[in-house]
Structures are given as C-alpha cells and as structure tokens.
Design a protein around this ligand. Sequence first.
Ligand SMILES: [Zn+2]
Length: 337
Amino acid sequence: MPTPRHARLLTRVTTLAASLWILQSCSGGPTKTWTGPVDGNRAFEHVKNIVALGPRPSGSKALTQSAEYIRSEIAKLGLELKEQKFSDEAHAPGIEFHNLWCEIPGNDPKGRVMLVAAHYDTKRTTGHPDPEHNFHFVGAIDGGGASGLLIELARVLHGRKNKPTIWLTWFDGEESLPFDWQESEPTNLFGSRRFAAQMSADKKQASVMVLFDLVGSKNFKCDRDFASHKGLTELFAAAGNAMGASDRMHKYMSRMTDDHIPFRQKGVKVIDLIDYRWRTPEDRRWPGDHDTPAPDLYQRWWHTPEDDLDAMDPMALDFFGNLFMTALPEIEAKYFN
Ligand SMILES: [Zn+2]
C-alpha cells in the first residue's frame, strides 16, 4: 500500500463506460474487450496459492513461504530467483527483509535494464495494540495480486524476444510499520529503497521501471499517478485505448508514494500502475472533491479485512498484464531504441 499526497478528481464518465458497467452488472463479470498473452486465470491461481499462506508481513514465516512458492514457480520456467537479504535495525528492529528478483536476458547491445516490479509483503495488523487496527488481513489485492501477476508475466516474457534485460522484482517491506504511513520517516518502502541503492552502488541503472500495486479488484480501473513519468503515462493511456479499454484508464488521479519513488529519485523513468482511488473505507477526499460522492461501484477493501479473494476478479489481473504487454513494444521503441 502506498499513500496519496493529493489529488484532483475527474468526474467525467463516458457513455461507453456507463454502458460497459451495465453489461457487467447484468453478466456478473466484466466484459473483456481485449486480447493478449497474459492469462488472468493463471495469475489468479498464483494469487490463491500465495493468499492461502495467510498474513505475510515482513519477517514472517508466511512471507518466507511465499518467497519459496515464487522461487519454485520461477524455477519451473527454467529461471533462477535471486534474493537480497538485509535489515534496518534502526527502523525495523529484528526484521530481516528479502527482496526477490529474476533476470530475463534481452537482446539490447547496450544491455539496458527494465524493472517490472511489485511488493509481496502484506500489512501487519494482527495483534495491533489499537483494537481498530487489530484484524486478520491476508492482503489478497494489496500484496497478493501483483505478486501473482509477476509470476504469470515471467512465463509470458520468458517466451518473448525482449529488447531490454528484464528484472522481475518482488520487493519486501513496502508496507509502513506504523499503521499510518509517515511520509517523512524511513518506516516504509524498505525493499525498494535498498534495491535502488544497491543498483546505484553496482552502477547498474534501470532505464525504465513499471510497478504494479493494488491490482486485482472487482470493478477494476487504472488510476493516473502524477508521480509517474509523463511519457510513460501517455504511452499506457494509448495502450489502454488500443485494447478498447479507455473507459478503465486514468479517470481518477492521485500522486502516490510507492515503490517507484526511490527509483524516480535516481533518474529512472517510472510508472505506477495502480487502482487505489475510492478504495479507502473513509472515502478520503482532497481539496476540490468535497461535493463528489464516492462511486458506489468501487469496493472499499483497502487495508481492511475485506481485502480477500472475494474482492478480486481474475480479469483485473488479465487486464493489467495485457495492458503491460500492449505497451511493451512501444516502451521498447521509445526508450530502448
Ligand atoms: Zn498496503
């Protein structure tokens, strides 16, 4: 889970979008208007296997088990999962963090790297001293969805001739250790901050980073993140258009502090593909939004016990995966030529 800093709402919903929502409510599921190599049902199987391990906060046995699951699935493809272990005793005493990544070599003579990333830890809530925050949280969407999608993307990307070398990366320690995100404190984004620092130390800079977070919800959409690179944002909007899914793209906006920020700070072109807006139970609003009611169709599972498999739709994973695959040739042409 990331945090929004401020945002402005776009209230316009097109006639096309409205008619698609009606189709959905009649059929009980989304109308798939796109094609592509990513299989949302395969991705959802991975999510189910990961979520079955239970809450997976940093330092937990269940998170180690989910790393073992990812490792075994990656190994089935003939790929090797690598691991970066580290700790931060000052800010996370007693926790050992484990970032995971696997490399799919490309054919770029310059050897440039693209990161395709997600976080796989879940927010620690069980046993929280504040009763309001003490609940069972399996993070199906927040932690599970994008983690499972990356495994499916490994299968698809491994069978494709890619220009850049792709590092599929599962970050640990994205979630804030205090229940509420503290913007100026280093108590969140542990994995991405460490990974970005290590890449710099190794003089191995990524050119582009595509981050998935909070993907997999029913009534899915992809928000526009103002902390993301403008060119990439436009490129993904065009990809959504090409899929016939422009109604799901960039209708809502926010500015996220998420795992892409440590890389943006190092000059990487980053984008956060995220479905966050209107997912908070309190319908958080920003200046200018006071008169806008939260649309009823957006389930408010974020950081609540509602974030379970029932809140998910495999077609959301299908959508985000194929959105990436639709954008990829354009990313290669524009940033790896
Ligand atoms: Zn979260």
